[in-house]
Design a protein around this ligand. Structure first.
Ligand SMILES: Nc1ncnc2c1ncn2[C@@H]1O[C@H](COP(=O)(O)OP(=O)(O)OP(=O)(O)O)[C@@H](O)[C@H]1O
Length: 709
């Protein structure tokens, strides 16, 4: 009681200040309320001498609005009826408003309904902030979250007797489609009202999704099996191809989703299971639940629902034959119904790219796009972290195209001394310079004639050489050093880099005109930690390492390996598994912890080293910005005093801790980011959730730090 009195006093002071000075006293009211008061004042309302409020709708108009909100009413009414009974003794009422805050339906204790009628808390009235000032219905719409407005917090004094709680009702696409409110007298006990209204809104949302998407694929999930089929379950709607089409707010929260993920996120990226496998398993386990591992490591119990589940479309069957072909079916079909431009069916399986395909969806898409340019004069630029398989991909692309069987000339631009590059590439005439071979050299570009020229680490090519290379690419002729006539060359061009070449262009380190020559099609290979085919990849590597009897990997170890951040990518994984194979005693068929090298064990067991600065002078890349964190490529170093190349997250945090108290806001927020990423082992979604910011904001902040660097 004392608390209320004090609050009412504070509110009175705040209100007086608002009226006298036209603004809220900072810190007196919670921010959403203060802003709402300000908006109410801005709309020309006066707390006491109530300005004109719009007339309620006529009966005919109300009927029309109710017709427009037929679905909302149909799904809300049973829930309201049920809860209405629960609150019937409590001198309060339930209110349903449409998305514009026009009241559609009320129900509750008759004595209170009558009292509410006097302030137009009845069907047909608008409770939008514009017309009725701060109130729970209007504020729930403005804030898009459940909210309480108590007594004098209402902007209009005549509404000061009300205690109201309201929750928005969200569609599967995240839009507000209605607002549910419970209103009562301030004097009553409303301890559970907010929880009740929130739960009722969830019930309506879940009924609605189940009905609207009954013909789609729905994944119902919860961290606990007993949470399934309750109002707390998350519901995700997916297209047949596995693209996220909708979700209830619980699923959005549990899975760290954002509205921008709709229509683009593939569920294979969310769970560590390729979509066709997931469908297959869920379908086989109909009625039972399946345990799914989220990308952040959390487990969910899931059930598949929807009529498509009972009658799976053909694409499922195609999809579930093998992981890779399945993913292909999903990928191309997905593209056809979404914003990604449709890709035509690719060549039949069996090319060299196919042989490398172990089912990762991003890798697969890169291969699929590549196949489309192989028989065209389009240069391919492969981007990916070191060891992610760029060269192997380039070779496979060459072998999959019409120049298969011709020369594949690979040049590592970072490995040739600058003074020799020119001669190596363009060749030289006999006796062109001292130390040159007497008979001269045709140069690597000419050796690639008829085949493919692969320029690895193209970002490291010196600027002067870039100009010459550009000329060759434009003129398709090579003139050897020291004279001689130009020679026609014809080759397919593939380049690779572990840098963001575009950024190198922006920094003036790489010629823009050459960049556009090289970049006919850019494909981004995923870092190992981003791949969703870890198990299959290991199986394939082990098959190569021990072709006679490929060993298995002990499940807990496999899980630990999967959770590791693999800074060396496939190169490192290959080496770890090959060494483990060599450690197997005769007769042993399973790789276990004891088969790992000590340094690997140490890496796996020590707390995750989530963050490390980029090494070198070009900004590293990965398939997603999130990956920059897991890979150790993060820009935290720029805010620390320690040398950039050796600063880890831990030292970054220490550096922050030892700083004087006067820290700028930016470094404080950076510190919070470092800590959240450490806590979540580099998981961006979870870190963003803990920080209370969106993933995009977190990406942006990390990116902006790396720019500062
Ligand atoms: N799909 C794959 N499956 C198994 N091993 C692979 C695969 N792709 C690449 N590797 C292995 O990973 C290692 C690194 O591959 P590759 O040299 O192609 O990577 P890269 O990205 O070009 O590396 P860098 O940027 O350092 O030149 C090689 O040993 C290669 O055999």
């Amino acid at each position: 009681m004392g608390h209320h009195v004090a609050t009412e006093q504070v509110i009175r002071i705040a209100r007086r200040h608002l009226l006298e000075f036209g603004e809220c006293l900072p810190g007196m009211l919670q921010e959403p309320l203060a802003q709402s008061w300000q908006r109410s004042l801005g709309a020309g309302l006066q707390p006491i001498h109530t300005a004109r409020v719009p007339e309620p709708l006529s009966l005919a108009e109300l009927r029309q609005v109710r017709d427009q909100n037929h679905d909302l009413l149909a799904h809300a009414q049973p829930v309201m009826d049920y809860l209405g009974e629960q609150i019937s003794q409590s001198h309060s009422m339930m209110v349903l408003a449409d998305r514009d805050c026009t009241l559609l339906h009320t129900l509750g204790a008759p004595t209170f309904l009558e009292k509410a009628q006097r302030v137009a808390l009845s069907p047909g009235a608008s409770w939008h902030e514009h017309s009725r000032g701060t109130n729970a219905v209007g504020l729930a719409l403005a804030e898009q979250k459940p909210i309480r407005v108590h007594g004098g917090e209402h902007f209009l004094e005549r509404n000061g007797f009300l205690h109201c709680v309201a929750a928005p009702i969200l569609s599967a696409r995240g839009a507000v489609v209605g607002i549910l409110d419970i209103s009562g007298d301030t004097g009553q006990d409303h301890a559970h009202a907010l929880g009740l209204v929130r739960m009722a809104a969830r019930m309506i949302e879940n009924r609605w999704i189940a009905s609207d998407f009954r013909h789609h694929i729905r994944l119902h999930l919860h961290p606990q099996p007993q949470g399934l089929d309750t109002v707390a379950e998350g519901i995700v709607v997916a297209s047949v191809e596995g693209i996220l089409m909708g979700a209830n707010p619980e699923a959005m929260r549990m899975l760290g989703l954002e509205r921008s993920d709709l229509d683009c996120l593939h569920l294979s990226h969310l769970f560590e299971l390729p979509w066709p496998r997931l469908l297959e398993q869920l379908q086989h386990q109909q009625g039972n639940t399946l345990r799914l591992r989220h990308e952040n490591g959390q487990f969910f119990h899931a059930r598949l629902r929807g009529s498509k589940v009972a009658n799976p479309p053909a694409v499922w069957h195609a999809a579930s034959t093998t992981a890779s072909s399945a993913r292909r079916a999903a990928g191309s079909a997905g593209a056809s119904t979404h914003s990604i431009p449709p890709l035509p069916p690719h060549r039949p399986a069996g090319d060299a790219l196919e042989l490398l395909d172990t089912g990762d969806s991003r890798w697969h898409l890169a291969a699929q796009k590549t196949r489309r340019v192989l028989d065209k004069p389009i240069a391919l630029l492969i981007q990916g972290e070191s060891g992610s398989g760029k060269e192997l991909f380039a070779r496979a692309a060459h072998e999959s195209g019409p120049r298969k069987g011709q020369a594949f000339v690979a040049i590592n631009c970072a490995a040739i001394p600058e003074s020799l590059i020119e001669a190596e590439l363009f060749g030289y005439a006999p006796g062109a310079f001292s130390g040159a071979r007497r008979e001269g050299s045709p140069g690597l570009l000419r050796q690639a004639h008829g085949g493919t020229l692969f320029l690895d680490e193209i970002g490291d090519m010196p600027l002067a050489m870039q100009a010459r290379l550009l000329r060759v690419l434009q003129e398709r002729q090579v003139t050897p050093l020291g004279g001689g006539r130009p020679v026609e060359v014809d080759f397919a061009l593939i380049s690779a880099t572990h840098c963001q070449l575009k950024d190198a262009v922006a920094r003036g380190q790489f010629r823009g005109d050459l960049y556009y020559r090289l970049n006919g099609l850019t494909v981004q290979l995923p870092a190992l930690r981003e791949r969703d085919d870890f198990g299959l990849l290991c199986a394939k590597i082990l098959e190569h390492a021990c072709p006679r009897q490929p060993p298995a990997v002990q499940p807990a170890l496999l899980q630990a390996l999967q959770g590791y951040h693999w800074p060396g990518n496939l190169r490192q994984l290959n080496s770890v598994l090959q060494t483990a194979c060599a450690m197997l005693e005769p007769g042993e068929t399973c790789i276990d912890w004891q088969h790992l090298a000590d340094d690997v064990l140490y890496e796996l067991r020590r707390p995750p080293r989530a963050l490390q600065p980029p090494v070198g002078d070009c900004e590293p890349i990965s398939g997603t910005t999130a990956a920059a964190v897991g890979s150790g490529h993060c820009a935290i170093h720029c805010t620390c005093d320690a040398p950039a190349a050796t600063t880890t997250a831990a030292t970054a945090a220490t550096a922050f801790a030892s700083r004087p108290l006067v820290q700028d806001l930016q470094s404080l927020s950076q510190q919070a980011i470092v800590q959240a990423l450490q806590r979540t082992q580099g998981n961006m979604s979870e870190a963003a959730r803990q920080l209370g910011i969106s993933r995009q904001t977190l990406y942006r902040r990390l990116k902006s730090r790396s720019r500062v660097a």
